[in-house]
Design a protein around this ligand. Sequence first.
Ligand code: FAD
Length: 310
Amino acid sequence: PFDVLVVGGGPAGATAAIYAARKGIRTGVVAERFGGQALDTMGIENFASVPYTEGPKFAAELENHVRQYDVDIMNVQNATKLTPAVTEQGLVEIELASGARLLSRAVILSTGARWRSMNVPGETEYRNKGVTYCPHCDGPLFKGKRVAVIGGGNSGVEAAIDLAGIVAHVTLVEFDSQLRADDVLQRKLRSLPNVDILLGTQTTEVLGDGGKVTGLAYTDRTAGTSHTVDLDGVFVQIGLLPNTEWLSGTVDLTPRGEIVVDDHGRTSVPGVFAAGDCTTAPYKQIIVAAGTGATAALGAFDHLIRTSTP
Ligand code: FAD
């Protein structure tokens, strides 16, 4: 069996694997796609000490770094089931889609998350060409330009407030007849001079010139009329879905599906730790995912030295 088995090979899982392997313990990583969301990213400019890199290069470097250690990497493998250990010293079992069963004294879950998309024409075509899901990452790219934020929940309204300080103008688009964000955020948003709020509005298409975004088409749901607005960027903020469906009924999840972790990365199941975007750790960013990966690995190591038989 493994001492530490990491499920997920994004920044959180890769960092956890490095920290575990450096303790000289048997470490494995199971990943559906080693590199994680970084594989879908263009420029990365907010990882301290790396002023600029690109997602696929960053992902390759993550893997190279892990491969410097004696880590068993099982790429293109999907975990489908977790079975807790029967006793405190017992083994946690991870079942793969292939039918294989892996046993480990400690498991670190780092399966990440995916952005919910609008599913309208142009959204996929203009991804990274004006369509983005991450205001912290891409806000500065739209300095002085006009953008839309799709979604009037807390993340959409926070994004609109944040962007209003950087870009020329923000149009916030909400499907419902009212915003769902906290009152304090709504008040702040409405106080900003360069923000328009469209309620009861359904986005129907992301418009572009073949190379980049030029606007948005939408329907006024009350009047039934169709409109367009010219802009350079569309920030989609309609939800982040943790890749934790396969865990329901085992580790404690929040109603939004995030794995509940404490400050040592522990989950509700003994010997099972978690890190990164799939957890309740706030702020879904590479550097945060990496940091929580280190915490989970050190938490797991701490668990191993406390539960090993002398
Ligand atoms: P992920 O990167 O999502 O990795 C999850 C891993 O788990 C993957 O290897 C996946 O294949 C695997 N996995 C999932 N389910 C299973 C399963 N059942 N079995 C086995 N493996 C599984 N952040 C920044 O800091 N700066 C940026 O510039 C930036 N730009 C971004 C641009 C885009 C387009 C996107 C989508 C995100 C961006 N982010 C950026 C956010 C950042 O990518 C994430 O916060 C970070 O990747 C989270 O790391 P993670 O390891 O928790 O999860």
